[in-house]
Design a protein around this ligand. Sequence first.
Ligand SMILES: C[S@@+](CC[C@H](N)C(=O)[O-])C[C@H]1O[C@@H](n2cnc3c(N)ncnc32)[C@H](O)[C@@H]1O
Length: 288
Amino acid sequence: MESINDDNSLYLFEADEEERARLNNQHVVLIHIIDNKILHAPINPSAITSVADVGTGTGIWLDAIAAHLDSISNDQAPQRQYVGLDITPAHFPAPHSLPDNFAYDVWNILSPVPEERKGKYDLVHIRLLAAAFVKGQVAVAVENLVQLLRPGGWIQWEELDGESWAGRVPSPHVREMSELGIKSMEAKGWEMHVPAAFVKAAEAHPSLQNVSETIYSTVKYGTKIRDEVNTTWLWSCTRSAKMILLASGQPNAEEEMHRLEQGAKRDIEEGGLFWDSDEHVLLAQKKW
Ligand SMILES: C[S@@+](CC[C@H](N)C(=O)[O-])C[C@H]1O[C@@H](n2cnc3c(N)ncnc32)[C@H](O)[C@@H]1O
């Protein structure tokens, strides 16, 4: 198992095969909840020639946007360029498997933007980086994203809110796990409300306009894939609780984790529960 090796990283999850599988399964569920949209209005797909995906993980969203843009492009358009950036290369696709117009590189969203990347992208995308920031750091990230963008380019950020994520599942075991998470987040000064922090920082940024937030609920959009939503969310919740418990050095951490995981599964199955939570789609455009 490989840990993420960056002193500035708060990020919790291990970079292992289980995490790779989790990210790829989660992608399908996350897209479904936001009404199967890869790109959100009013972003004009035909104006996009270069895309950066920050915190890209396995790059699965980058493949999806490339397929989407290719399906609507005309032959006259120049070949679009795609780059995936992440604090760890652990999940990057193998370099020999990449098309010429794809690249992956290591970058911490909180570090200065490399000169060669400034002003290069029409679309900068982020998804599920909520576990990466202490309070105040979302504004640093927003500043860096603005620097990546060309004038007229867009930020599209899909995110969950720390509290609402697990807060509306009526399972005592899920509640116990989420309380573990919330306690650990509070102890580290973690930003619990990344969507709200994004809106605040983007609205205050002099180079951004057309800031918006749309909230999609799993209950409204996810019921057709009820089992997948439950499984994916439980998997994430269990994995983060496990990391916290193991890191706490508690001697019976493994047993405690087993109790919580099995209890949550039982609550969900026997209670016929559905994981009610929100996915926020955040947009902002760099002024011309
Ligand atoms: C939950 S995963 C989401 C991956 C991908 N965006 C997706 O939706 O499939 C979060 C990703 O962010 C990366 N990450 C965490 N902290 C980061 C940081 N400070 N800068 C850049 N990437 C970071 C992790 O390594 C991980 O790949």
